[in-house]
Design a protein around this ligand. Structure first.
Ligand SMILES: [Ca+2]
Ligand SMILES: [Ca+2]
Ligand SMILES: [Ca+2]
Ligand SMILES: [Ca+2]
Length: 248
């Protein structure tokens, strides 16, 4: 976590195409292949997280054509040719604009089953055609382990459920793709207790840890700030570091 974040690219490098996950080169098992006798497979429930509803703002905007109603449709694909759909894309089919222009189908959501067990594992949500967030189930247990948030098409922050208990105890804030701040809930009280602040070095272009703040009292404010290069500050409430982009 100390360096430029490239984990999700490594997680599932090509989930829109040939699917490979977790660094394995072998790909997901396909019991229907090889010399083994073919047996009927049992697939898990799909676990879809892509809604197939017209966004309310689109309904409110109305249509220039009184006979047209915006609608959504999904397109599915069977990537490993086992007869079970692994990839689903949901599109918004809008209506002609007030100027009479046709509207192209707009991607709203994309979800995929990366290990071909029947249950979807990665979900990318779009807003106005631009990626807004992505949910990832790294260990294929049906519980989301990481959520990425995007702004302007760029990743802005990531939340992690590191112990797979369904709660996010770590947040990483990004700036131009580099780690800017890491917040950790170390005691599991749903408040962040550790704040790591990073700065990109002008010579290397890599982020470097510059300070760690601790909330020792669990009240949401830093009580102790340790600089990576200077003397420790503490006693009184430590001054907060400059906020990272997207940080409240
Ligand atoms: Ca399939
Ligand atoms: Ca799966
Ligand atoms: Ca999981
Ligand atoms: Ca957790």
């Amino acid at each position: 976590m100390r360096h430029r974040l490239i984990w999700w690219a490594g997680l599932c490098a090509a989930w829109a195409g040939a699917v490979r996950c977790g660094g394995s080169d072998t790909g997901p098992a396909n019991p229907a292949s090889g010399a083994e006798e073919e047996t009927e497979r049992v697939f898990l429930p799909e676990g879809s997280r892509c809604e197939q509803v017209v966004p309310p703002e689109v309904l409110r905007a109305g249509s220039a054509d009184p006979n047209c109603t915006p609608r959504v449709e999904s397109v599915e694909a069977d990537l490993n040719h086992d007869g079970h759909m692994d990839l689903r894309r949901v599109y918004l089919l809008g209506c002609p604009t007030m100027l009479g222009e046709d509207v192209q189908p707009e991607i709203m959501c994309r979800e995929a089953d990366l290990n071909y067990d029947g249950r979807k594992d990665i979900f990318r949500h779009f807003r106005a055609g631009e990626v807004a967030s992505e949910e990832q189930d790294w260990n294929f247990d049906g519980t989301i382990d990481a959520v990425l948030h995007f702004a302007g098409g760029n990743p802005l922050s990531v939340e992690f459920d590191r112990n797979h208990d369904g709660r996010f105890e770590m947040q990483v804030l990004l700036q131009d793709g580099n780690v800017r701040r890491v917040k950790v809930d170390a005691v599991g009280d749903e408040h962040y207790d550790i704040y790591e602040t990073y700065e990109v070095q002008t010579d290397t272009g890599q982020p470097r840890l510059i300070s760690i703040g601790y909330d020792l009292q669990g009240d949401g404010s830093m009580d102790r700030l340790v600089s990576a290069s200077g003397p420790e500050q503490g006693g009184e409430a430590a001054p907060p570091a400059a906020p990272a982009p997207g940080e409240e």
